[in-house]
Design a protein around this ligand. Structure first.
Ligand SMILES: NC(=O)c1ccc[n+]([C@@H]2O[C@H](COP(=O)([O-])OP(=O)(O)OC[C@H]3O[C@@H](n4cnc5c(N)ncnc54)[C@H](O)[C@@H]3O)[C@@H](O)[C@H]2O)c1
Length: 417
């Protein structure tokens, strides 16, 4: 008999876990019942948030195994840092295979792996254990992307021809925790961290509604990376100081700017282009996500900082710094855009609804680990292209074992000057 309600356990109680918990007020038929984090204080705090929002009677567990063994937990959301992905997935699979617990599904935050080998291993493990898999790419589920795709395809593409160019960008002033800046721990720089969103959202909106991702075939990739801001002495010092000396951007930087162009063919042989840029060197009001779609007789544009709500504070308003107006906020004064419901507008609500309903129905989510693997393959091809300073065919030879120079601590654009 199909299950009516899903008990969810979250691994990692940091920034993104709390976004998911807050989004849960818009998710039906599921409760957040467990949280694990080696920093127990964070788990306790997140559990309190879940309870206070009425989205689940969340308990703090000591380990992933203990949480999976709890009969009320039916699915796990992996929200821990990139460098812990495989150890967490292995622990989940061990707990299930040894009969300690049962799970219907696992949903994993982006990126699925730091490189192709890791992402493919995640897919292999989940399939070996017979667990359903969801890849958490929130931006496909943003109301503007979902509605925009529906309208463009229904009215424009059906009468005048398919869209042929998607441009996507994600930019902000840099991540909130030191591990994101460390090429080895994170897997790369801003390309791995943020272009994962742009390549997938652009691919998704170029794909006919309901069609499989295989209807578009990547043909070649051209990319460029550099470090524009954070290798400058005064900014490298900020990173060193805020990471207790672990980050050394003079000698071991990661890229803070990247662009990639991916050429696709559709089933009829038509050429399609995805153009992405991303940076940790953008100082504006806060996080800016933008997307454009171009077709023969139409276009679409989204910019998350073009908000309906704007607030003005004169220079006499003095308050403390915060992210209460917009994610990665940079100022508290002047004319400020406000994203009124970030959990919905960035897609977390609809994403979690989709994952929950798929798991309850015993169906593999539309966005799953196979998509996560393909995103990683495209990003690694982008790093290869940037390192070789040339366009690479897709898939490029050696992709399965490739680890970007930035993830090996061997990348430094200053050295080549
Ligand atoms: N979809 C998005 O837009 C988005 C945004 C931010 C982060 N993310 C992804 O979410 C993941 C977490 O990012 P974050 O910003 O929340 O990071 P974070 O550093 O704020 O939080 C991570 C939490 O995981 C905990 N943790 C570390 N090792 C763990 C382990 N072995 N088991 C359980 N918990 C562990 C840490 O103590 C910390 O509390 C990353 O993979 C990141 O790429 C996605």
């Amino acid at each position: 008999m199909a299950r009516k309600r899903l008990g969810v356990g979250i691994v990692g109680a940091g920034f993104i876990a709390n976004f998911h918990i807050r989004s849960w007020v818009g998710v039906r038929d599921a409760d957040i019942l467990g949280i694990v984090d080696p920093h127990e204080d964070r788990a306790v705090k997140s559990a309190r948030v879940a309870r206070s929002l009425g989205v689940g009677d969340a308990k703090v567990f000591k380990s992933v195994t203990e949480m999976v063994a709890e009969p009320a937990i039916d699915a796990v959301w992996i929200c821990a840092p990139n460098f812990t992905r495989l150890e967490i997935m292995k622990e989940i699979v061990n707990a299930v295979e040894s009969g300690k617990g049962e799970l219907i599904g696992v949903a994993c935050e982006k990126p699925l792996g730091r490189n192709v080998a890791e992402a493919r291993k995640m897919l292999e493990l989940v399939q070996k254990a017979g667990i359903l898999d969801g890849y958490l790419e929130d931006q496909l589920f943003t109301p503007a992307v979902m509605r925009g795709k529906e309208i463009i395809w229904a009215r424009g593409a059906s009468t005048t021809g398919r869209p042929y160019l998607a441009r996507a960008a994600e930019e902000h002033g840099g991540p909130h925790m030191p591990w994101f800046w460390d090429g080895e721990l994170q897997g790369g720089g801003v390309i791995n961290d943020m272009m994962c969103h742009s390549v997938e959202t652009a691919r998704f909106i170029l794909t006919q509604p309901g069609a499989d991702r295989n209807t578009l075939t990547p043909v070649k990739v051209n990319a460029y990376t550099t470090c524009l801001k954070w290798q400058q002495k005064q900014y490298a010092k900020i990173l060193k100081d805020t990471s207790k000396g672990t980050l050394d951007y003079i000698n071991r930087p990661a890229e803070d700017f990247g662009r990639a162009l991916i050429e696709y063919r559709d089933e009829k042989g038509q050429t399609l282009v995805v153009e992405c840029t991303t940076s940790w060197s953008f100082v504006g009001a806060g996080l800016r996500l933008s997307l454009e779609l171009l077709g023969p007789e139409y276009s679409l544009a989204i910019n998350t900082l073009d908000t309906g709500l704007k607030i003005f504070f004169s220079r006499n308003v003095k308050g403390k710094e915060g992210e209460d107006l917009v994610e990665k906020q940079n100022a508290e004064m002047g004319l400020m855009p406000v994203v009124a419901n970030e959990e919905s507008e960035y897609g977390y609500e609809a994403e979690n609804r989709h994952m929950v309903q798929s798991f309850l129905a015993g169906k593999r989510p539309d966005e799953n680990f196979s998509d996560g693997v393909n995103v990683t393959e495209l990003l690694m091809a982008a790093y290869m292209s940037a390192e070789q300073d040339k366009t690479v065919p897709f898939p490029p030879p050696g992709l399965e074992k490739f680890v970007p120079a930035v993830a090996r601590g061997k990348w430094n654009p200053m050295k080549n000057k």
